[in-house]
Write a protein that binds this ligand. Structure first.
Ligand SMILES: Cc1cc2nc3c(=O)[nH]c(=O)nc-3n(C[C@H](O)[C@H](O)[C@H](O)COP(=O)(O)OP(=O)(O)OC[C@H]3O[C@@H](n4cnc5c(N)ncnc54)[C@H](O)[C@@H]3O)c2cc1C
Length: 316
């Protein structure tokens, strides 16, 4: 039923919802957006390519080539450079060794250019394989991965990272999962973000806190600051297009890195297919997109509020 409704949405409407979240078509659009937000607001980025699901090695090779070109083009840039990529786009569904060697190739060229890499997390059928990739390559390369607070297994996964000095993006996870393996209430998933942020910090890892929820950001920040670990033990990440300007500004003023997820596409068809899939998995995006569209209209009014969103540092 959900799939029927979403597939029935005309492409121009999907594109309407997508525009704010996608930097544009082509590598140069992704790079330009990343350059602009750094120059204008000192907001860092992680550039990611949105692609169709890959089904054969030829398609995987094409994606690897696009990432290699992205890395090559980023050579000229002076903003903090960071890319994210999905294991399935590197061939995880086709052959794990193919994925491993593709990913190593990308890590090698990225590290030569001082580009940081994060290995995205997809739905729960890929969690084991993604963490295996991470644990295999982390001793050789400095890069991060993602854990999802909705999954029951996440606490054990954090413990399984012991000794790796990992960098973990902590998010609720965009994929709807079965209630036998995952929490179903968002309030619980957000409680877990705070709990797992603390656990990661206590285990010597760095945390990228990826949520748009003000309360969850403030409570996670509290966990970072009460440990006195310094501003580089955590950063705060948001999706491009979700208006969180004030809290982002306040976090930057407090000395933290704020990073936006900046996806580009090679053709709109891919971005639309990707967004349709996201909408089927999570139809509340239509509602969230609508709310944020209204938020953008009223943002000039809320900017007049003087009171900060973040409590003063000594309160923690
Ligand atoms: C930088 C970054 C990287 C991510 N990487 C991954 C990953 O690798 N794997 C994975 O499974 N998930 C990933 N996610 C997605 C994440 O798991 C959540 O699905 C998403 O961030 C929404 O959760 P939330 O914590 O913001 O809470 P929500 O309750 O969903 O959102 C809080 C509020 O934020 C706004 N909002 C949130 N999402 C949207 C949206 N799409 N459009 C408009 N407004 C919105 C709304 O105002 C909403 O009320 C990533 C998120 C970010 C920010």
């Amino acid at each position: 039923m959900k799939a029927f409704f979403v597939n029935f949405l005309p492409s121009f409407l999907v594109k309407f919802f997508a525009r704010a979240y996608v930097a544009g078509v082509g590598i140069d659009c992704g790079i330009k957006k990343a350059r602009d937000i750094w120059q204008d607001h000192k907001i860092a980025s992680t550039i990611d390519m949105l692609g169709e699901e890959v089904t054969n090695q030829e398609e995987v090779d094409k994606i690897v080539q696009i990432y290699v070109s992205l890395i090559e083009k980023l050579k000229e840039e002076t903003f903090p450079k960071h890319i994210s990529l999905k294991p399935t786009s590197l061939g995880l569904d086709i052959d794990r060794n193919l994925c491993l060697s593709n990913f190593e190739l990308i890590l090698k060229s990225a590290s030569k250019q001082n580009i940081t890499v994060t290995l995205d997390m997809e739905d729960s059928q890929y969690t084991d394989a993604t963490l295996e990739l991470y644990k295999t390559l982390k001793p050789k390369y400095e890069f991060g991965t993602v854990l999802q607070s909705r999954l029951f297994r996440t606490k054990d996964d954090i413990i399984g990272l012991s000794g790796l000095n990992a960098r973990v993006r902590m998010c609720i996870g965009v994929y709807n999962e079965d209630k036998s393996i995952a929490h179903t209430k968002k309030s619980v998933m957000k409680e877990k973000i705070v709990e797992y942020t603390s656990l990661l910090l206590d285990n010597g890892h760095k945390v990228d806190i990826a949520t748009h929820d003000h309360k969850c950001i403030i409570r996670s920040l509290e966990e970072v600051e009460k440990r006195g670990l310094g501003n580089d033990s955590a950063e705060f990440q948001f999706l491009l297009g979700v208006p969180r300007d004030r809290i982002q500004r306040e976090l930057i003023e407090r000395g933290y890195t704020v990073r936006l997820y900046v996806p580009f596409t090679i053709e709109w068809r891919c971005a639309i297919a990707y967004l349709r899939r996201r909408l089927i998995e999570n139809p509340s995006m239509i509602y969230l997109g609508g709310l944020d569209f209204i938020g953008r209209i009223f943002q000039p009014l809320t900017r007049r509020r003087k009171k900060s969103i973040l409590p003063p540092k000594h309160n923690f």
